[in-house]
Design a protein around this ligand. Sequence first.
Ligand code: PMP
Ligand code: GLU
Length: 387
Amino acid sequence: MKLSARSKKIQPSATLAVTALARELKSAGHPVLSFSAGEPDFTSPPSAVSAAHEAIDRGETHYTANSGIPELKRAILSYYKAHFGLEYAASELIVSNGAKQVLYELAQSLVDPGDEVLLFAPAWVSYAEQISMAEGKPVAVDTVGSGFIPEGDVVRRAITDKTVGMIINTPNNPTGVVYGPDTLATLAGLARAHDLWIVYDEIYERLVYGAAKHHNILQIAPDIRDRVIIVNGVSKAYSMTGWRIGYALGSKEIIARMDALQGNLTSNASSIAQWAAVGAIEGAEPEVELCRAEFERRRDMLCGMLSGINGLKLLSPDGAFYIFLDVRDTPIPDDIEFCRRILEDKHVALVPGAAFFAPGFIRMSYACSEDDIRDGASRIKSFIESL
Ligand code: PMP
Ligand code: GLU
């Protein structure tokens, strides 16, 4: 069979690949501890589960409106008004099968062959791949030297006459940093000055810790509303990764293009999952806070256990549920080799930073039990000490 040149260029998702490998080793009987998965370990909130059961019992098992059921759209629009003071119309919102599909539809709707899109590296694995699938060119702007925060001058130098937009992800996967108002104002200013769009992925917005505060970029720069597309979903805030509900808010024009694409790609997101999302958004605020507080406790515990290990450097993350470890001063400075060896020797699964355009780093998710965190941190310590 002749495979298309396009399909052969697509790289599998590195995060999903490590997670699958860890699962495989575990089911073959190896005592693997996996810190690779980017998903909360909590069960979905009761309000989501009961809304799904009720939807099935009512027979809500048919195609829905392509861009989402009115009830979910109303819940999302009220949420954005209440949490961010942002008002959108139903025609400015589309619900898809996870934020991943939303981002794919955006890449297809915004990027022409040869267009350049700025990413702030370290950057989540699928952004670059999706831009490449649209025949665009992902341009990774390095933030490693500035505490994982993009600096205005560095970003400006990366802009060319081919640059069409940028993807901002805060709280950030994989670093856990949260961009402050000054950074957001700088990026908004660059978008304004160079006529760029901004895809604003705030899927971890509910997971911020200590004094850190998350802002939507439109709270900082309301005048750029027409060039911003907000991406969010229920996966992370409500521990609902498997239900596959994500959404985008943006101008009517861009949402209409995504709607046309989605109508030919998957049609609506699952009717039952959409009802579950209504249940979550309208009824799961207490669970969101419980999970957030629990992640904060785990973060503090993990940072405490990993600090002071010879050669290993870390920045305590302000958000999301990842810690991005600098292994460049350990005896194995190569992140891919580090991850391979620690999986072999200590059965600990971690994701190499190279997958996020950041060689020399490794990502560890703390979306797992306290026992696993303790055990994992001590295996990492004894691994490095044994080298
Ligand atoms: N954006 C970021 C930064 C993520 O980490 C994820 C997690 N996979 C997604 C988008 C997609 O999430 P989902 O498709 O589960 O909504
Ligand atoms: N976002 C998560 C991660 O980065 C889930 C896996 C994926 O979709 O990439 O691990």
